[in-house]
Write a protein that binds this ligand. Structure first.
Ligand code: NAP
Ligand code: HSE
Length: 434
């Protein structure tokens, strides 16, 4: 058994970084045996911000440094692991590691989705791979699946629930009747949310992951500026309840769809999904990614999408990969010119639209007339009496609309908003049939 020990520089010893330490402590020997000695590794430096913080695990204090570049510059380090998050210091660190020809393992989806073009170029130029299994869907090995296992397929669609925090919050709001702030507080305490939860709840964390999956599936780096993203911050208990009345759940769905005309649709937004769809039963911090390949058909990848153990498990799997093979083509490298992304206005689904309207005769007809003028069909309505406020002078009126392009719906709704019966802006959800 050959036994070259790879030196690891670990940047970040928070939720995920300390989890990596724990796994290597517990299973280092097992990993070595399973890899016939190829994946012997030792953490030789750990960069953090604050040396005085009490740390999880028993890492010796002399490994710690506050100088981030120590994990690259130390000549005994062969592989750099970036687990600090953010896109500034992390970029400098990863770029420096690649320039030094050192393979990088990262869980940082924001970094790769926003600055991947520069980093993948450096990876190619310096023959140093970037591994990022932990960046998408925590412990689920979806990157290797799309990048390697499904190589023989045209990927027709990817539909994912890929932000554990949002999924946890929506579920707690749905099933425990929690308010949004209480549910978010729980997700933070459980270590699911990022240090700054903004990207979790505004949809961008999931969108970054969808960009990475879409890029892997279609061979070019999708530009994050072209991607349509909405978060869960404005989802109300009322729409969650109406969804349920109508046989749906509200999920933050990320979709990458390859159309027959060659265009690629990519969007992340809270959407209605039938309660009977398999993704509707993905609860809490669990993630799931449904991939459809032309030869494979449908396949579902399911598991914990965030948290220490699952994410560190993916980092360790990349470390093993990095110790075994340091050629840059083991990581992802874009191989074709940018494909054509479909503008959001040209994507079509059916819709749930809730109007808050003055309670007077003729209101339904007024709205329906505008929709008909724009040739948007109505497949159903829903307007339950509010038992708590039976004499209120406004009501919530839900219209379920037939499939039409989003751009057409926007034009029609702008006209509906001019009607004096409306007391608030319409609330729109896509109904995704996948
Ligand atoms: P975290 O708990 O906030 O830990 C961040 C670590 O990085 C801390 O140890 C911090 O030092 C250190 N750090 C931050 N900035 C630094 C700097 N400029 N110089 C030196 N050290 C610095 O974050 P995390 O949850 O482990 O997440 C790490 C990465 O994994 C992020 O990119 C995240 O998106 C990704 N990820 C996380 C999860 C998850 O479930 N948590 C899942 C998938 C991917 P101090 O300890 O001294 O503050
Ligand atoms: N904050 C992320 C989530 C962590 O909630 O899914 C995993 O990327």
């Amino acid at each position: 058994m050959s036994c070259t020990v790879s030196g690891i520089g670990l940047a970040g010893f928070g939720t995920v970084g300390s989890g990596v330490w724990k796994i290597l402590e517990e299973h280092g020997g097992l990993i070595e045996s399973r890899s016939q000695g190829a994946a012997a590794m030792e953490i030789r430096k750990i960069a953090v911000r604050d040396l005085s913080k009490k740390r999880d695990g028993n890492a010796p204090t002399d490994l710690f440094t506050t100088n981030l570049m120590d994990v690259v510059d130390d000549p005994s380090i062969d592989i750099v692991v970036e687990l600090i998050g953010g896109t500034d210091a992390a970029f400098e660190l990863v770029a420096a590691a690649l320039k030094a020809g050192k393979p990088v393992v990262t869980g940082n989806k924001a970094l790769l989705a926003e600055r991947g073009a520069e980093l993948f170029s450096l990876s190619r130029e310096n023959n140093a791979p970037i591994h990022f299994e932990a960046a998408v869907a925590g412990g689920i090995p979806i990157i290797k699946a799309v990048q390697e296992s499904l190589m023989g397929n045209r990927i027709e669609s990817i539909a994912g629930i890929i932000n554990g925090t949002s999924n946890y919050i929506l579920q707690r709001m749905t099933e425990a009747g929690l308010g949004y702030p209480e549910a978010l507080k729980e997700a933070k305490e459980l270590g699911y949310a990022e240090a700054d939860e903004t990207l979790d709840v505004n949809g961008w964390d999931a969108a970054h992951k969808a960009i990475l999956l879409g890029s892997l599936a279609h061979g070019f780096l999708i530009d994050y500026k072209d991607v349509y993203v909405r978060g869960i911050e404005k989802v109300t208990p009322l729409d969650i309840k109406f969804a349920s009345d109508l046989g749906y759940v509200v999920k933050l769905l990320s979709l990458v769809i390859a159309r027959n005309d060659g265009g690629i649709e990519i969007r992340t937004q809270p959407s209605f999904l039938s309660k009977t769809h398999i993704l509707a039963s993905v609860h809490g911090v669990f993630n799931a990614v449904a991939v459809r390949g032309d030869h494979l058909g449908e396949s579902l990848f399911y598991g914990r999408g965030a948290g220490q153990g699952p994410t560190a498990s993916s980092v360790v799997s990349d470390l093993v990969e990095a110790t075994r093979n340091s050629r840059s083509d083991r990581g992802f490298l874009p191989y074709r010119e940018a494909g054509k992304l479909v503008a959001i206005d040209d994507t079509a689904t059916s819709y749930y639209v809730r109007f808050s309207v003055t309670d007077r005769p003729g209101v339904i007809a007024e709205i329906a007339t505008v929709l008909a003028k724009h040739q948007i069909g109505i497949s159903g309505t829903h307007s339950p009496v509010d038992a708590d406020h039976p004499d209120a002078d406004f009501v919530e009126m839900v219209f379920l609309l037939h499939t039409c392009p989003f751009g057409k719906l926007k034009i029609a709704l702008a006209e509906v908003e001019n009607l004096d019966c409306l007391t608030d802006r319409p609330v729109v959800f896509r109904i995704e049939t996948l």
